[in-house]
Design a protein around this ligand. Structure first.
Ligand code: PLP
Length: 395
């Protein structure tokens, strides 16, 4: 008999009752060090007092009004985002996939608005992930995402990751935009070199094509900058944001330059919940904390220590791990043993990690971690690696 909750997830046999900072406590009272952060969502850890206060305060006053009216929280958060990014305007969504859909729609609208309605195609990359709506699974195109859900929209030209010639060849007179994650997340923590992002920006400019960044996973402080593309010095025309921006409250956004958003006039796009006062109260608080002096410096400092520790583990356990990659607190351990064995073995030792493509284990702790928690996580991961070496597989 089918389970009451539709069985689309392969869930670990754990259920949590509460969280405190970087820790999760399950229904048996066991404590887990959370180095997955709900897949890069709980950027400020669990039950951050300032977020609890922002949410409770808003909950007592007003939950929802719809976008038929002005929502002051949207205006406040949009201004904060604009002040700290390339963007001139922001549309709020409930999720990452919707933010990506918004970017794709806005890119087509831009071209039709500017007299090039034939520009409807998108160049995307192998190994990418942009969400689970019909349009976003078609964008990524991986078999495991699209199998059985076809026919897919036939407007995506996928090129191998890092193949500049294939990329050039894929851009044509019908291309609306190039879509890329500055650091691939689900694909296995694969950063795009700054030089490549610069080259991509030039290529797009030369061909009158928009550049869309998916910073849903790598944005919001994860790499030690507010957004990962800042390391490259170039800017997109459109960008999707979600995950960390709500710190655990479901919210996303897509950001645009004034030029790129030219066609997005009243009535062209909408959502009932997007930019709801509860979401705005929490996300504004997340932004305020991240832009405060010292926050991103903290991310860079602790990520250096974590990375060094992981390099040490790789050197000590060459039969389990191959190398460390990533940026800031978006790190990946490329494994020699099956990545799920590492994830399961770490979980049995009270350390939560997240698997990714290319046999990688993702390490995505809350951005507020301190040295003591890094040391503890490294001890637990060391124990997991040692047990895998001795051939004892996790359940
Ligand atoms: C998680 C993710 C998405 C999808 O976000 P949802 O909130 O699950 O819809 C899209 N792109 C990237 C890079 C992601 O990591």
């Amino acid at each position: 008999m089918i389970s009451p909750v539709m069985p689309t997830y392969a869930r670990a046999p754990l259920s949590f009752e509460r969280g405190e900072g970087c820790w999760l406590i399950d229904d048996k009272g066991d404590r887990y060090l959370d180095f997955g952060a709900g897949i890069a969502v709980n950027a400020l850890g669990h039950a951050h007092p300032a977020l609890v206060e922002a949410l409770s305060d808003q909950a007592r006053r007003l939950w929802h009004t719809s976008n038929l009216y002005r929502v002051p929280g949207q205006e406040k958060l949009a201004e904060l985002l604009i002040e700290h990014t390339f963007a001139d305007t922001v549309f709020f969504t409930n999720s990452g996939a919707e933010a990506m859909e918004g970017c794709l729609k806005a890119a087509r609208k831009f071209h039709s608005h500017n007299g090039s309605p034939e520009r409807t195609r998108f160049v995307t990359f192998e190994g990418s992930f942009h969400g689970r709506t019909m349009f976003t699974i078609a964008a990524a195109g991986q078999d495991k995402l699209v199998n059985g859900f076809g026919p897919m929209p036939e407007c995506f030209d996928r090129v191998p990751f890092g193949d500049h010639e294939a990329l050039k060849a894929a851009i044509g007179p019908e291309t609306a935009a190039v879509v890329i994650e500055p650091v691939q997340g689900e694909g296995g923590i694969v950063p795009v070199p700054a030089q490549c992002l610069k080259g991509l920006r030039e290529l797009c400019d030369d061909h009158g094509v928009l550049l869309i960044f998916d910073e849903i996973q790598c944005g919001m402080g994860r790499t030690g900058k507010l957004f990962a593309h800042e390391w490259s010095g170039i800017e997109p025309d459109l960008m999707a944001v979600a995950k960390g921006i709500g710190g655990g409250f479901p919210v996303g956004a897509f950001l645009a330059t004034e030029t790129a958003a030219a066609g997005m006039t009243a009535g062209t796009h909408g959502t009932t919940y997007g930019g709801n006062p509860l979401a705005m109260a929490v996300a504004s608080k997340v932004m305020e904390i991240m832009i405060a002096p010292g926050f991103l410096e903290h991310v860079s400092r602790v990520s250096g220590a974590l990375r060094q520790g992981l390099e040490g583990l790789v050197a000590a356990h060459p039969d389990v791990f191959e190398h460390v990659r990533g940026e800031g607190l978006m790190l990946g351990l490329k494994c020699k043993t099956a990545n799920m064995d590492v994830v399961n073995s770490a979980r049995e030792r009270g350390l939560l990690l997240v698997p990714a493509g290319d046999n990688v284990v993702r390490i995505l702790p809350p951005l507020i971690i301190e040295q003591a928690e890094i040391d503890e996580a490294l001890r637990r991961l060391e124990a997991a690696a040692t047990s895998l070496e001795s051939g004892e597989k996790a359940a």
